[in-house]
Design a protein around this ligand. Structure first.
Ligand code: HEC
Ligand code: HEC
Length: 373
């Protein structure tokens, strides 16, 4: 039996690195606090796919787009002759060629929409400059990203399905093994690599791994850096800190709308069962500060989503708002009641940055009691 070398090492490395990165990117969506890891992995996926596109243009035989069979006639002919054992393709068969092109395009769209959503909703990463202009559309961009990611899974399923069908119909070709050792049992001309192809592969694959390590290990690198400003409340408004941070977490004014603050500040003597009344000068100055920095004035994701979720604009318990409830619904009662947390309203135990006026996913703390998510 003849053997032909179809997939050179760079093509196989691309394939397996891609598999690993896609699995890692899926796992990294499990917890909100891993969002930066998700973005780092997504950036590596972007780099790897760029390499694959370059490889499709200047790469070796069979991996080149020029060798893909992208005509409707070829596809028809291929599908009609599926059961014919003498019908073989060395590289990508017509059906696989379409799936490959669809997959590569979808990955490009998934990565770019992910970067857009990350920049626009989270004010992070390379596209954070779009946050201020487009924050009101953050949910649309998040949905677009999810759409392309779901489409990618459909295509991955089609790809795996195709390989399994091929395995059943043309077992002797060893197509499945070929992505491991590079060879198929067929007659044909083997793929070879020129020196410059080797250089491009080294840059592409090595560059992807280097980018991933850099993005994961360098704090505040441009791929994941966040631009939501830290507020030093003690400096800008010490009265607010002393009065409103003495019994509980200092809730950022940008977490509730104007009307909520008006209502809350109008009834401090009956404040969640406590008397939090102040002299009228302090009361007045805190009220003004809260109104000037309420959720309406902020572009942050937490403020925007809080506003979106509120039908009644005068709720005063953050923990009763639909947005808060939705974000914390999978945290058990046991955790909130634990000695460490005590109350749902004790935000700062879990959100290390809440008293800086922001709630970043990466600043969500893991609690020692069986996780918190
Ligand atoms: C004397 C203590 C005390 C002071 C002072 C105080 N609070 Fe409170 N506050 C409470 C208590 C008790 C609760 C209920 C907390 C809980 O549910 O665990 C609460 C709850 C809240 C909540 C709702 C939290 C939730 O459940 O979502 C907000 C908002 C709030 N306070 C804002 C303020 C502001 C603004 C000030 C300053 C003007 C202030 N508080 C001063 C005792 C105080
Ligand atoms: C017991 C820990 C805990 C407490 C207490 C807690 N949170 Fe959270 N919060 C979390 C976790 C965990 C998540 C992430 C949920 C997920 O992964 O879907 C989260 C998510 C959020 C988010 C969404 C962040 C984002 O960008 O997606 C906001 C906003 C938030 N919390 C605000 C608050 C506020 C305000 C309080 C206090 C009133 C509070 N949380 C109290 C654990 C807590």
């Amino acid at each position: 039996m003849k053997r032909v070398y179809v997939w050179t090492l760079p093509t196989r490395l691309f394939h397996w690195l891609f598999v690993l990165l896609i699995i890692a990117s899926l796992i990294s969506t499990e917890e909100d606090r891993w969002l930066n890891i998700h973005a780092a992995i997504g950036s590596a996926v972007g780099a790897l796919v760029l390499f694959r596109i370059v490889w499709g243009i200047i790469g070796p035989r069979y991996s080149r787009f020029g060798d893909f069979h992208l005509s409707i006639d070829a596809l028809k002919e291929y599908l009609l002759s599926l059961l014919n054992p003498s019908r073989r393709t060395i590289g990508h068969n017509p059906a696989a060629s379409y799936v490959m092109v669809a997959m590569l395009s979808t990955v490009v769209l998934a990565v770019s929409s992910g970067m857009l959503a990350y920049g626009i909703a989270e004010n992070r990463g390379l596209l954070a400059s779009l946050h201020t202009g487009f924050f009101q559309d953050m949910e649309i961009f998040e949905e677009i990203h999810e759409f392309f990611v779901n489409l990618l899974w459909v295509l991955i399923a089609a790809h795996v399905g195709g390989v399994l069908v091929d395995r059943l119909l043309h077992k002797e070709d060893r197509t499945l093994n070929s992505i491991i050792d590079g060879h198929k049992n067929m007659e044909g001309e083997s793929a070879t690599l020129s020196w410059y192809q080797k250089v491009v592969a080294l840059i592409g694959i090595g560059g992807t791994i280097a980018l991933l390590v850099y993005a994961l290990t360098t704090p505040n690198n441009p791929l994941i850096a966040g631009y939501n400003k830290k507020v030093d409340y003690a400096k800008v408004n010490p009265v607010f800190v002393n009065e409103c941070g003495s019994c509980h977490t200092l809730y950022p004014p940008s977490l509730l709308p104007r009307e909520s603050w008006v209502k809350l500040m109008g009834d401090l003597s009956n404040h969640f069962g406590d008397d939090a009344s102040l002299d009228s000068a302090d009361q007045q100055s805190i009220r003004e500060y809260l109104l000037a920095h309420s959720a309406e004035t902020s572009t942050q994701e937490m403020s925007f989503k809080m506003m979106q979720s509120l039908e009644k604009r005068d709720m005063i318990a953050i923990t009763q708002t639909p947005f808060w409830k939705k974000r914390h619904k999978h945290i058990s009662e046991e955790i909130f009641k634990s000695d460490k947390v005590k109350s749902r309203a004790n935000c700062k135990v879990c959100h290390s940055d809440v008293e800086e006026g922001r709630i970043e996913d990466s600043a969500i703390k893991i609690l020692p009691i069986g996780g918190n998510g």
